[in-house]
Design a protein around this ligand. Sequence first.
Ligand code: NAD
Length: 423
Amino acid sequence: MAVQSQIVESSVSSLEKARQQLLQAGELLGLPAGLTERLGAPDKLIQTYSPIRMDDGTIRQFSGYRVQHSNILGPYTGGVRFHPNVDLDQVTAHSMLMTWQCSLVGLPYGGARGGVTVDPYQLSDGELERLTRRYTSDMVLVFDPKKDIPTPDVNTGSREMAWIMDTWSVNQGFAAPGVVTGKPLSIGGTLGRKEATGRGLILSLQQLLAFKGRQLAGMTVAIQGFGKLGSVAARLAQEAGAKVVAISDITGGIHNPEGLDIVDVLEYVQANRFVKGYPKAAPIGEEAILYLPVDVLIPAAFGGQIHPGNADRIRAEFIVEGANGPVTPEADALLEARGITVLPDILANSGGIIVSYFEWIQDNQQLFWSEEEVNERLKDVIARAFAKLARNVEERGMSFRMGAYVEGVGRVAEALSLRGLFP
Ligand code: NAD
């Protein structure tokens, strides 16, 4: 089935938005202009044209990217996305967000991002495997457990990570499980990774609500995107006592004001692949889901969804950014003025990279943890990161986004200043 996102993103480029937010944080931190400028530029941009043989014998080539933003705090890491919208601007912006995210949650990593411009739904499994392996082969000098560790993102998961690990290992002549994270368990993956981003999102939301003297139980929730992140967030929100009233995916949305039974929806999606046609709810448009009068809105599909053109239509009290940059900087200000709290992506979707870090530690030590241990440690890391940004909100009157950015950017800026400039 050929499916492509119909969502129209804001016209401001992703990189422009990321730089605007960096500038704001730089001003709040009082950083010299030259330092902020350095932080706004990536270390390296790598572009490939990976040719593959299609099933019908023809040859097609696909643009592949890896952008390494900063390794000041440790090896680069970040997701690899397979999507028709992937381009250098988006990958560069996300690599920068990744640096702030790793820094905010205290990981010894720097940010990178990668991807291939392709609609994976139009390729057979064999074509997709050949593309993943060729992309990896073209990046064989770029990826490395000590230098740059790819992770899953949109349309990539444990299967693609296994192909990347195998291709890289074959090229090196030894098994290197630490070269990617988000792998299947049997080849060095960790328990808890599959659910980590959704779990981290709900844990950070619970931190926010506790800070506000509120609780998730009894709240209504709408979620845009029902993939690896949105589906886990929906199930865990329901388990925490919230009523998930609407969800959507690329085929449209479903809405039931009485609350959806997420386990039942998951079974339906397992059998039918998408939410469309789910019988125990009414259909709702992919945009309309953003405007429902719910307590919590979780955009967990793509960036640029809430912008100045629609910010006044948002009726949720809390927005939790599952996707990267779903609220534009201009919309941030409009929402804040209306008393809507935005929990920023660099905290809200950090669960995946935190548990990827746990996976990398376990691979390097060949010592594996229980799922409870993984989840407990995740909870602890999120709580500590939230406490840092909450302090900035409480004591310095910052928005939650700037509270998070000031922590994330500040630690990298300090490390950069201490390490100095080479040569
Ligand atoms: P995924 O590919 O598993 O799921 C994406 C979901 O979005 C799918 O349900 C898809 O149908 C849906 N979607 C696509 N177009 C849509 C549209 N027009 N309207 C509504 N839904 C639409 O990806 P994921 O891993 O769940 O990631 C979702 C977002 O979260 C991405 O922005 C990603 O960068 C971000 N993120 C994910 C992780 C992770 O570990 N999975 C970590 C950090 C950030």
